[in-house]
Structures are given as C-alpha cells and as structure tokens.
Design a protein around this ligand. Structure first.
Ligand code: GAR
Length: 204
C-alpha cells in the first residue's frame, strides 16, 4: 500500500436500484490501490434491487423495512450495531431516501457522504429534475457533500454539471445525469479517503 496504512472500511446505504453503489463497489474492487474497501451495504428496504448485486459480490448486507415511526429508531440502533461490528470508517449514502437522525449522525461520529441530484445549494429535497426544468435552468447536475444535521447541506466535495437539452423531460434528464453521478462519486470517494483535500468538478 502507498500513502495509507490500511484500506478504509466503507458502508453504502441504498433504498432502491443502487447504481451509484455499484459504481463505488466496482471501483473499489477493480482498483488495487483504492484507499477503500466495500464492507457493508445497508438498506431501509428489503426489496432494494441493489442488495442482490451486493450479495453476488460477497458484500455483507443489512436490510430492515421501516413501516411505522417506531421502526426508525430500531433501524438506526440495529444499523449502528452492524457498523460497529464491521469496523466501518465511512458511510456513503447512495440513493438512500431516509433522513438519518441527529442522534445517529452523532453516534456514528465518522464521515457520512451523500450524493444529491442537483447543483446544491439549489434544489434541496425531492423532484430535483422536474424543479430544474420548471425553473428554466440551462444547466443541471449532482453534488457529493458531507452530511450535517440539516438535510442536503454540508461541505461540498464535488459537483458534476450537465447542460439541459431543449425539450427534455425529467426522466430524460435523470437518465442523462446518472452516469455522471457515478463518475463523480467514484472520484470524490477516492480523494476523500486519501485525505487529499481535492474537490472534484466535472463539466459535461
Ligand atoms: C440518484 O440519482 C441519487 O443522486 C438520488 O437518487 C438516485 C439513486 O439512484 N439521491 C437522492 O435523491 C437523495 N436525496 P441509484 O439508486 O441508482 O444510485
């Protein structure tokens, strides 16, 4: 190994298809010198398609459905326990559609990264593609940032930018952006784990 003592143990949190998760896992598995290794995939949805990919790649998974308010606490407590058992150094939220509590963030006490499909600080929250179109934006993009207690806020680590093609709809915009999200998240995670302090900007 080069500039680091040991590979950092990475947990990825998903709620659905997990294409960003796949990109991160493939990058860690394919690059010998990658400073991270995928150790755990967590989901708040036992039917998340991405879990199948994780299992096929021999990565441990923990999934728990949140059906009522009380389940939130159980999910977070159980998740914290698994994170501890696996000695996780960093969490990457990748299409994880649940807001983590202040208590969870504090208890984990290590970095948590998130990818959000907009050029933050614009369009925090949901339906970012529709909102960018409705606002008449000419550009759109995604942001990877470190999370804080405030939703979709926290230090920006990288952004990817795309142009909005005339007459495109939200689905088309989402599909156009997704592969650029994958590239962005891979680059940001590498730099973050190397502690290079380098931010990533890609313009497509
Ligand atoms: C991605 O576009 C990601 O940016 C977004 O969900 C999608 C998940 O796709 N995340 C959020 O909206 C979080 N607020 P994936 O499951 O294929 O990675």
């Amino acid at each position: 190994m080069t500039s680091f003592d040991r590979k950092k143990n990475v947990a990825i949190f998903i709620s659905g298809k997990g294409s960003n998760m796949m990109a991160l896992i493939n990058d860690m598995k394919n690059e010998k010198e990658h400073p991270g290794q995928p150790k755990l995939v967590v989901s708040n949805n036992t039917k998340a398609a991405g879990l199948v990919f994780a299992e096929k790649n021999s990565i441990e998974t923990f999934a728990f459905n949140i059906e009522k308010i009380e389940d939130n606490l159980i999910f977070e407590e159980k998740t914290l326990q698994v994170l501890k058992e696996k000695n996780i150094d960093i969490i990457c939220l990748a299409g994880f559609m649940k807001i983590l509590s202040e208590k969870f963030i504090k208890s984990f006490s290590k970095p948590i990264l998130n990818i959000h499909p907009s050029l933050l600080p614009s369009f925090k929250g949901l339906n970012t593609h529709q909102r960018a179109l409705k606002a008449g934006c000419l550009i759109h993009g995604a942001t990877v940032h470190q999370i804080t207690n405030k939703v979709d806020e926290g230090p920006i680590l990288g952004q990817t930018l795309i142009d909005i093609t005339k007459n495109s709809d939200a689905k088309q915009l989402e599909a156009k952006l997704l592969p650029h999200e994958h590239l962005l998240y891979k680059k940001v995670l590498r730099e973050f784990l190397k502690e290079s302090g380098k931010k990533i900007l890609t313009i497509n």
